[in-house]
Design a protein around this ligand. Sequence first.
Ligand code: 0O2
Length: 208
Amino acid sequence: HDAEKLMESAMQLQQIMLLYEAGIREIKTKLDILSDESNISGKPSPIDSIKSRIKSPRSIIKKLKRRGFPISLQSMMDNLNDIGGIRVICPFIQDIYTVADMLMRQSDLTLIEKKDYIANPKPNGYRSLHLILEVPIFLSETTKPVRIELQLRTIAMDFWASLEHQLRYKSDVQVPPHISDDLKECADVIAATDEEMQRIAKELHVLR
Ligand code: 0O2
């Protein structure tokens, strides 16, 4: 009986993970098509690179606990929107909105939530555009919607966020306030450089 129960839970988990992997594949394909379309028309692609990940069980449980949600597969699907995540790295700030608009125009995608941490950076200096998109997954008998978190950022924003993430997670001590101020200062310098690079690109007619 125990073996049956274990088998049932394992299969349920596998089915859920299949959905998230499929959701990531669907949206990545859409992004690849948009990038290829730019390339063949001789325009520079608004996408520099794409990364994706499935949240680890450890992080899923940590987040459910932190938010006070029940620890179950159903709760994970209902309450977390970032189990499947895609990060789109763009050359220029404007490219982020170009890519986001292109995706939001696609009729099979539903925008569930948009957080613009570029227009409104986090107090620590973090900048990115976050979209929660719902994509239908067509299975043999049914169609299941799955939510995927998209983080869109420039190369410069990604540089800061990746290093800040490493510094925060690698250090066992709480980051002291003067270091947070230094990191915020770095974020602001990087943001100013991003603006400047965009201005140059516009002046050279690389960006419209
Ligand atoms: P990981 O390892 O990237 O998966 P919450 O997830 O509770 O913080 P919310 O509202 O669900 O908050 O999502 P939010 O704030 O829109 O975005 C969360 C994700 O954005 C994080 O995922 C990070 O990937 C990224 N992010 C947000 N703030 C920062 C920041 O200050 N620095 C860096 N480097 N990344 C940030 P996870 O789950 O925290 O981590």
